[in-house]
Design a binder for this molecule. Structure first.
Ligand SMILES: [Zn+2]
Length: 433
C-alpha cells in the first residue's frame, strides 16, 4: 500500500467545487472600449473596442464606432486613458506560498532544504496563501495560470478564484511506492480531481524534477500524459546543483530525500530528460536557467518542448540566466512564469516580464508577446487564448496607459507598476479597481 502522501491539504471534494463554480451571469453581450487596443499579433486599434458574445468569447475587435454600430443596443464599458491587452498567461507558478517568510536565497539547494523542512508547518496556511496568490495574479491582469503543486493541492483555490488555468499535480514516488504504483496513484488522483471542475480549469500531471522523481516513474508518467493527450510540466536545468546531480550524482541535491540514488548520468539535464522521454510537444519545462548549451537548445527545438521563463526566481536562487533570445531564434515556444512567492517578489506576470525585457534587451512588443501569446503557445492553447482575436476567450487586462511612445513598452511598464485597472476572464469583469 502506498503511504499517505504528505501534502494533501486543500484537496477538494467534487461537491465543494460544484458549489463554488460560477454561473454565467446574464450580462452578455458586452463591449469593452479604451483609448487603445493592443490585440498582439495584429495591429493596434486606436479608440478600440472588443465585443464579447454570449459564451464569453471575442466576437469582434475594431474601432469603437464601428463595433458599436454593428452591435446596436449592446452596453459599452469605456475605460478612458487606458489600453486593453490580452490577459497575462502565467506559464509556471506555485500558488501555495506567501510573502514575507521565504527561505533565504542565494543557493538553490540551501533554499530547497529549508522549504522541505518547513512543509509540515506550511500545511496550515497553504490554502489561504493560494487564495491570496490567485487574487494577486487576477488583480495584476493575469487571466490564465499554469500552477504546479504537490498532488494538486492548490486546485480548489484556483478553481474558486475565477481565473482560468491548469493545476499540474506533482507526485513524489518515495512517498508512494515503486514506479508503476506511484504513477497509477497520481493519475487516479487527477481523475478524481477533474470531477465537477469549472469549464476552464483542468488538472494534469507534473514530473517535478530530475532530482525528485526517479527515471522510471518519470518515463511512465510522461508516456501516460502523452497517451491521454495531456501536457506535462517539469522543472528542468534550473540550478548548478541540479546540473551537478544529473552529471555526477553529487552535490547539494544528491540527498534531498535521502533516496535519490539515480544521479550521475554523465550528461546535461536536458539530455537526461530526453533520454527518459520527458521531452516532446506538450512538455513545458520551467527555468532552463543553468547549463543550457546550444546542443541542449537543439534538443528542445527538435522535440517541440516549450519553456517557461522565471527570471526573478532564477536570480533569487542563484541560478543564472536562461538563454531566452537563443530559444526564440530557434522558435522554441517560450512563456513567462512567476514561480511562487517563496522565490519571487510578486505574482504580477507583467512585472516578471519587464524583468525579462530588461535582462535580455527585448523591445516592448517581444515582452508583451511573451506574457500573452508566447505563454499560450508554450501551453498549446494558442487557438483559445493569448491574443484579442475573434473566437478566442475574452480574457483581457485593462491598463492605465495612454499609448504614447512605444505603446507595448508603456503598457508593460504600467502593468508591472500596479496600473491594471480591470481584469476580464471569459468576458466577465472579475476585477475592477
Ligand atoms: Zn517552480
Amino acid at each position: 500500500m502506498p503511504s499517505a502522501p504528505r501534502s494533501t491539504t486543500g484537496a477538494s471534494s467534487p461537491a465543494s467545487l460544484r458549489r463554488t463554480s460560477r454561473v454565467q451571469p446574464p450580462e452578455f453581450p458586452v463591449i469593452y472600449a479604451a483609448d487603445l487596443v493592443l490585440p498582439v499579433g495584429t495591429p493596434p486599434v486606436e479608440r478600440g473596442a472588443v465585443v464579447v458574445d454570449r459564451d464569453g468569447r471575442i466576437a469582434g475587435v475594431g474601432p469603437v464606432e464601428e463595433i458599436s454600430r454593428a452591435n446596436a443596443g449592446v452596453e459599452v464599458r469605456e475605460f478612458r486613458g487606458c489600453t486593453i491587452i490580452p490577459g497575462g498567461i502565467n506559464a509556471h507558478a506555485h500558488l501555495g506560498f506567501r510573502r514575507g517568510d521565504e527561505p533565504p536565497g542565494g543557493s538553490f539547494a540551501g533554499w530547497l532544504s529549508v522549504l522541505i523542512e518547513r512543509l509540515p508547518e506550511k500545511e496550515a496556511w497553504t490554502e489561504e496563501a493560494a487564495r491570496n496568490s490567485a487574487r494577486e495574479a487576477l488583480e495584476t491582469g493575469t487571466t490564465y495560470i499554469a500552477e504546479s503543486s504537490p498532488y494538486g493541492e492548490c486546485l480548489k483555490p484556483l478553481a474558486e478564484s475565477g481565473l482560468a488555468g491548469v493545476v499540474f499535480a506533482e507526485f513524489f514516488p518515495h512517498e508512494i511506492g515503486p514506479p508503476e504504483e506511484a504513477v497509477e496513484y497520481i493519475f487516479n488522483r487527477t481523475r478524481e480531481l477533474k470531477r465537477g471542475l469549472p469549464e476552464r480549469v483542468s488538472v494534469e500531471v507534473s514530473v517535478h524534477s530530475p532530482y525528485t522523481v526517479d527515471p522510471e516513474s518519470s518515463r511512465l508518467a510522461a508516456r501516460r500524459s502523452r497517451e491521454a493527450g495531456e501536457r506535462l510540466a517539469i522543472h528542468l536545468s534550473e540550478s548548478p546543483e541540479e546540473v551537478e546531480f544529473v552529471q555526477k550524482g553529487t552535490g547539494g541535491l544528491a540527498n534531498i530525500f535521502a533516496r535519490n540514488e539515480w544521479g550521475g548520468a554523465g550528461v546535461s539535464p536536458v539530455k537526461y530528460a530526453e533520454r527518459i522521454e520527458l521531452l516532446g510537444p506538450g512538455t513545458i519545462a520551467a527555468h532552463l536557467a543553468t547549463g543550457v548549451s546550444d546542443e541542449d537548445l537543439e534538443i528542445l527545438a527538435r522535440t517541440g518542448t516549450a519553456a517557461a521563463h522565471c527570471p526573478r526566481s532564477n536570480e533569487y536562487l542563484g541560478c543564472g540566466v536562461s538563454p531566452v533570445p537563443r530559444m526564440l531564434e530557434r522558435r522554441i515556444p517560450v512563456g513567462m512564469g512567476t514561480d511562487g512567492l517563496w522565490s519571487s517578489p510578486s505574482m504580477n506576470l507583467f512585472e516578471e516580464t519587464l524583468t525579462a525585457v530588461q535582462k535580455h534587451g527585448f523591445g516592448g512588443e517581444t515582452g508583451l508577446r511573451l506574457a500573452t501569446l508566447g505563454g499560450a503557445e508554450a501551453l498549446r492553447m494558442q487557438d483559445e487564448i493569448g491574443s484579442i482575436t475573434p473566437g478566442k476567450w475574452a480574457d483581457l487586462a485593462v491598463v492605465e496607459a495612454g499609448g504614447g511612445g512605444e505603446p507595448s513598452r508603456e503598457v508593460l511598464e504600467a502593468a508591472a507598476d500596479g496600473g491594471v485597472v480591470a481584469t476580464v476572464v471569459g468576458g466577465r469583469l472579475l476585477y475592477s479597481r
